[in-house]
Write a protein that binds this ligand. Structure first.
Ligand code: PBG
Length: 328
């Protein structure tokens, strides 16, 4: 008889045949920040905090010491600074540029990634600039938005960002941002493109954290339909062609088939974003005592890596890294 169970017999044998090994070097920690002087726990995401600048720097340092190579920043912008044109998104002394400078000064080896999109800055809460057409329908202007995204990317590059990550899903933005960065001599700044970003209900807790939900309408004219996968291949080929350095699939856990498809389509590194709703589902089940947090979180991250992700954006990054115990 052929007995596959022999390969599962002891921990030593299992460790040798293990195909997917998680490491803290796989993780990117998403961090929320605001202008206030105090830290605020985020009610929609238990265990996650919106940091003031000083705490952000400390927390990022702790993450880095646990072996996490990168953080990605998400700002909560004061209501009074939000405008239809999202001008605050490229203000050279805005919250994000100041945070980048503080992080790079304190932790020069930490990779700082910034989100490129207008939703935290835009009075309409959309990733792009909004206009109404003659029939009163909401239109997200593609090309006008790209001009602002380019300014935002250059602004972050000037402040010292290592990687800019456009999450807006406008057409042609990767090529435009690449050209804008190169024009300003930021040829070393990378682009991590949100290539296949779905119009998912799982972003709800994140929008609560940043007060960035769309005031009107939804994001279905730019984010992808969860029913589609061929479209993800099309977006992959385009982003690769436009000069992206890394691609992302988002969300992660419900979209493992997409991660795997993107992995097979490109030779570029692939990231996957375990988003706020995924975090909340696991966290609340664990808090209720219904799931074992450590085991289920590591299983979810292993599944995302097994599907083909090289990097995982996860709010569990620090916990997972300390469970893996590889820190300095
Ligand atoms: C916005 C952005 C969103 C997330 C990351 N960047 C929300 C959205 O598209 O509405 C969601 C992340 C999460 O849910 O954890 N550009």
């Amino acid at each position: 008889m052929i007995r596959p169970r022999r390969n599962r017999r002891t921990p030593a044998i299992r460790s040798m045949i293990c195909e997917t090994k998680l490491s803290s070097a796989d993780f990117i920690l998403p961090m929320f920040l605001h202008e206030d002087q105090v830290d605020t726990p985020i009610s929609s995401m238990p265990g996650v905090t919106r940091w003031c600048l000083e705490s952000l720097v400390r927390e990022a340092g702790e993450a880095h010491a646990l072996g996490i190579p990168a953080v990605v920043l998400f700002p909560k912008i004061e209501e009074s600074l939000k405008t239809p044109g999202a001008e605050e998104s490229y203000h050279s002394n805005g919250l994000i540029p100041r945070a980048i400078r503080a992080l790079k000064e304190a932790h020069p080896t930490l990779c700082v990634i910034t989100d490129i999109a207008l939703d935290p800055y835009n009075s309409d809460g959309h990733d792009g600039i909004v206009r109404r057409n003659s029939r009163g329908e909401l239109i997200i202007l593609n090309d006008e938005t790209i001009d602002v995204l380019c300014q935002q990317a250059v602004c972050h590059a000037r402040a010292g960002a290592d990687i800019v990550a456009p999450s807006d899903m406008m057409d042609g933005r990767v090529a435009a941002i690449r050209a804008a960065l190169d024009d300003e001599d930021f040829t070393d700044v990378s682009i991590l493109s949100y290539t296949a970003k779905y119009a998912s209900a799982l972003y709800g807790p994140f929008r609560g954290a940043l007060d960035s939900a769309p005031k009107d309408g939804d994001k279905k004219t730019y984010q992808m339909d969860p029913a589609n996968s061929r479209e993800a291949v099309r977006e992959t080929l385009l982003d690769e062609d436009e000069g992206a350095d890394m691609l992302m699939v988002k969300p992660a856990g419900f979209y493992l088939d997409i991660i795997s498809k993107v992995r097979e389509t490109t030779t570029l590194p692939v990231a996957a974003y375990q988003v706020s709703g995924e975090y909340l589902m696991l966290k609340s089940a664990a808090a209720g005592g219904w799931l074992d947090e450590r085991t289920v979180v590591l299983e979810s991250l292993t599944a995302i890596k097994r599907a083909g992700a090289d990097m995982i954006l996860t709010y569990f990054a620090k916990s997972a890294a300390s469970w893996l115990g590889e820190g300095k």
